[in-house]
Structures are given as C-alpha cells and as structure tokens.
Design a protein around this ligand. Structure first.
Ligand code: GDP
Length: 296
C-alpha cells in the first residue's frame, strides 16, 4: 500500500531535512514536488491543493524557518496535515443501538461487497462475540445469494434461508424478524450490486433503508478504481446517507489516491480496509498509522 507515494514523499522530504537552513523558496519548491507526487498518486485535485497550501502556510512561518531543524519541522507539519486529511479518528463500526442492530452494505458489483460483509461478520463474531445474521438482498442474482450463504458458513455465522420470489424489502424485513426471534445482535444486509450507479439500485436500497433503519450504512469501494471510488462514494452518500467507507483491494494499491481523497471529498470516514481475498484480510483504518506508513 502507498509504496509509490511513500518513496516519492520520503525523497522530497529528506532533501529538506538534509539541507539544514531553509528559505521560503525551498519550501515552495518542495511543495510543488509534493503536489506533483500526490497528483500522480491520483489524489483529487481539490484535496491536493488544500493540502499543499496548508503545509506551505504553516511551514513558511518564521518559527519554522528559523528553527534549528526546519526540515524536520516541515516533515512534522506534512505528517499532521496528512492525518487531518485522512480523518483524525480511527473508524470503528458503531453497534451502540438496541439489538438486533441493522447494518446496510452498499456498493457497486465487483467492489468486494459480499466478501467484505463476511469479513466484517467474522470480525464481529470472533472478536466482539456478537451473534450475527447475514442476508443477501440480491434478488436478481441467485449466485450472489448462494455466495453469501457459503461465506457465512466459512466464517461461522448464520445466514437467512433463501426464499425465492421475495423482494429486497421483504427479505430485509424477514431478516429483522428472524434476528429478533433468534436473539441476534447484528443483521448485515447485503444489497444488490450493479455495475454502475443507477436509479433502480438507489431506489431499492433507499426502500430497504426506510424499512430497516440501519444503524450503519457502509459503502464498499474498490481502492484500485481511484477517483471513481470517490465519485461512487459521493453518489451513494447523497442518496443513502453513508456512515462509513470500506476500501477494498488496498493490498494491490500502490498509489493510494482513493484512500487519501475519500475523507476530504466525501466527509465520511474510512472505517476499514480490505487487504486480500481471504476472510481475515480486513484491517482497521488508523489515520495516524497510515500517515506514518506513507512518510516511512
Ligand atoms: P461484490 O460483487 O461486490 O459482492 O464482490 P465480491 O465480494 O464477490 O468480490 C469480488 C472479488 O474481489 C472476489 O474475487 C474477492 O475475493 C475479491 N476481493 C474482495 N475484497 C478484496 C481485497 O480486499 N483484496 C483483494 N485482493 N481481493 C478482494
């Protein structure tokens, strides 16, 4: 993750720390390079501009330039601004509501939504000892329903029995009823994916949301799609009110543009990241640790 960007930024910043005394022009030149590196990493232009302006404004102050180690102070400012850009708090899934707590999973087909649903279920079940029920609402793709049932078995949680002919809302209601009767703590509703953000998809998900009042609406997006992932998140958020984002395929993402832009563009926190195909390949997203990783 972030290898490309990390190498570039480390190179630029170590150039500053090696130099000793710094002028305003040195900082401005370095920020131009940082700007180029972030754009090459596919970070959104508005985010890059805000970031480099903030760093430059703080770094060209007399206190920094006249300090004994101005380069290191600039590095610290870059670090702090990176953390601010990523969102300061660690994103955890909020289950603080009466059981069964509904969680709505939304996203485009192929983003890793079903796999991520199972990964989160496993985490809630194993680490937090919650009794989790999974339900697939993908009425048009029987294979997707089967896939969720198989994954549920694999991670040791229950899935709602498949009944043909029901609508997504009917399945969601049945899941909530079953969870109440069965004493479940959490119900994860895996909505149907589509290849593009379309009206039918949004309407159906909005109906499920109205019927179940989910405590979390988690948008699953593929980090490898860069700015498309950010635009997808914005579209889903405008329509469905997303509470958090799970970025998948971070294991293959050396650029990091989606991760770095997501919070600043959508205002929504990245809560978790997928780091592989296996059901245990899920990590919490800690902005401070990510900033450290990027700055090496
Ligand atoms: P859905 O259509 O959004 O439900 O997508 P799936 O959950 O079926 O995932 C599509 C493919 O992406 C599967 O082959 C998954 O194993 C894979 N996948 C999901 N998350 C990750 C991840 O974090 N890293 C990698 N490398 N592959 C992933």
């Amino acid at each position: 993750m972030f290898e490309g960007l990390s190498d570039r930024l480390s190179g630029i910043l170590s150039g500053l720390t090696r130099r000793g005394a710094l002028t305003e022009a040195d900082v401005t030149a370095a920020m131009r390079e940082v700007r180029r590196a972030l754009l090459e990493a596919d970070v959104a232009l508005e985010v890059v501009r805000g970031f480099t302006d903030a760093v430059r404004d703080k770094a060209v102050g007399a206190v920094v330039l006249k300090s004994v180690t101005p380069g290191q102070m600039v590095v610290k400012i870059v670090n702090d601004e990176l953390v601010a850009m990523l969102g300061t708090e660690a994103g955890i899934i909020d289950l603080n509501a009466p059981a069964p707590v509904p969680i709505l999973m939304v996203g485009l087909q192929g983003s890793g939504k079903t796999t991520t649903t199972a990964k989160i279920a496993r985490r809630l079940s194993e680490r937090e000892k919650r009794k989790v029920l999974l339900a697939s609402l993908d009425t048009r793709r029987p294979a997707a329903m089967e896939q969720l049932a198989v994954l549920a078995k694999q991670v040791g949680v229950e899935s709602l029995p498949i009944v043909a002919g029901q609508s997504a809302v009917q399945i969601a209601r049945r899941a909530m009823d079953a969870a109440r009767l069965g004493g479940f703590d959490v119900v994860m509703l895996d909505t149907a994916g589509r290849t593009t953000v379309d009206e039918a998809l949004m309407t159906e998900a909005a109906e499920v949301k109205a019927a179940t009042r989910p405590h979390e609406v988690l948008l699953v997006a593929d980090a490898l799609t860069g700015q498309d992932a950010v635009n997808t998140a914005r579209a889903f958020d405008q329509r469905l009110g997303v509470t958090g984002i799970v970025l998948t395929r971070m294991d293959g993402d050396s650029r990091g543009g989606a991760a770095l832009s997501m919070r600043a563009v959508t205002g929504k926190p990245i809560k978790l990241v997928g780091t592989g195909e296996k059901v245990d390949a899920l990590e919490e997203f800690h902005p401070a640790r990510v900033a450290n990783r990027i700055l090496g």
